[in-house]
Design a binder for this molecule. Structure first.
Ligand SMILES: C[S@@+](CC[C@H](N)C(=O)[O-])C[C@H]1O[C@@H](n2cnc3c(N)ncnc32)[C@H](O)[C@@H]1O
Length: 302
């Protein structure tokens, strides 16, 4: 067992975490707009293009099969799909599964707007969690495997991350690529601190540290030669410390994983966490308070 894993009995305060509420996706969007968009911008485009061109080897005219887990509105997937459509004329079967139908609908609209560019990409949208999709896959007689499995900022939402990783490994073709994006840097420092006080028994959010994510992957896939890439993406969270800012409130709720964090947390815990966020996880740049986030890419070839 990894040192970060929590063992019973759990004496922390049980909460209903923010992903259980509709505002969660809006908060993630604000967070990206305040700087985390670097994680889905030009650098990400370059990184995924380099990796896929180097490692994704299939014999034409063989189809390329991709499983994207929790793509949300598809902004993180867009550069990946662009790369695939540029690198091959073979058919790309792109299976996008996300339990949030409204968010996935935005991805559908994005795909429709890019249909002229993505002629060889066949996207199958499924409103399902990974757990539900795994059950469906298990029952299929012909178990089609994937050449690429992409999971960006989603491992925190699996009910049982290790069990899901086992399933993901089973779904991956030999020579296929497993690609995760995870939280690291000052943001994960906050997550570790938060973890001492709260937990969500519905497991809509698990605050796994980057070390724990990697050790879980290696537990399940001991031969995986993990490649790790750190990309800095500082987020301007000054508004979190300003009274009356709607976007600040959303970002604070997102970081603390609690809807209406400021009124729901006890005053003592609230002040303690906000102080920790400001002093230990952020840097002042002029009059701005920047959360030092690292967009960590963890991937391997099976
Ligand atoms: C933080 S968002 C990340 C969205 C996108 N991958 C990105 O990087 O911008 C997490 C996504 O995971 C989805 N999700 C939550 N629980 C899930 C599960 N059990 N299986 C698959 N996706 C899940 C959410 O609906 C949401 O779209």
């Amino acid at each position: 067992m990894h040192a970060d894993e929590i063992t019973a009995p759990d004496t922390r305060e049980e909460i209903t975490s923010f992903p259980n509420y509709p505002g969660y996706i809006r908060a993630w969007t604000v967070f990206k707009r305040r700087g985390f968009s670097a994680s889905c911008g030009a650098v990400w485009r370059q990184d995924i293009e380099t990796t896929l061109n180097k490692f994704l080897k299939t014999e034409p005219p063989q189809d390329i099969r991709v499983l994207s887990i929790g793509p949300g509105n598809g902004t993180m997937d867009e550069p990946l799909i662009d790369t695939l459509s540029n690198m091959t004329t073979s058919k790309v079967v792109y299976c996008a599964i996300d339990p949030d139908s409204a968010y996935l609908q935005e991805f559908r609209e994005l795909a429709a707007s890019r249909s002229d560019d993505w002629k060889n990409i066949e996207i199958e949208f499924r409103v399902e969690s990974m757990e539900e999709y795994s059950d469906v896959w298990d029952k299929c007689e012909k178990k089609d495997k994937f050449n690429l499995i992409f999971a960006s900022y989603v491992i925190y939402h699996f009910r049982d991350a290790k069990a899901t990783l086992v399933k993901m490994n089973e779904m991956l073709e030999n020579n296929g690529i497993m690609y995760f994006k995870i939280v690291s840097g000052g943001w994960s420092k906050l997550m570790a601190y938060w973890n001492k006080f709260y937990y969500d028994s519905s497991c809509k959010i698990n605050r796994h540290s980057p070390e724990l994510v990697k050790s879980m992957i290696l537990d399940v896939m001991p031969n995986a030669k993990l490649q790790v890439l750190d990309r800095n993406a500082d987020v301007d969270i000054t508004e979190c410390f300003e009274e009356g800012s709607e976007n600040g409130k959303l970002m604070l709720d997102f970081l603390m994983q609690m809807k209406d964090f400021k009124s729901v947390a006890s005053p003592e815990r609230r002040d303690q966490l906000i102080q920790f966020l400001k002093d230990e996880c952020c840097e002042a740049k002029g009059d701005r308070i920047m959360l030092s986030c690292t967009d960590q890419h963890v991937y391997f070839i099976k």
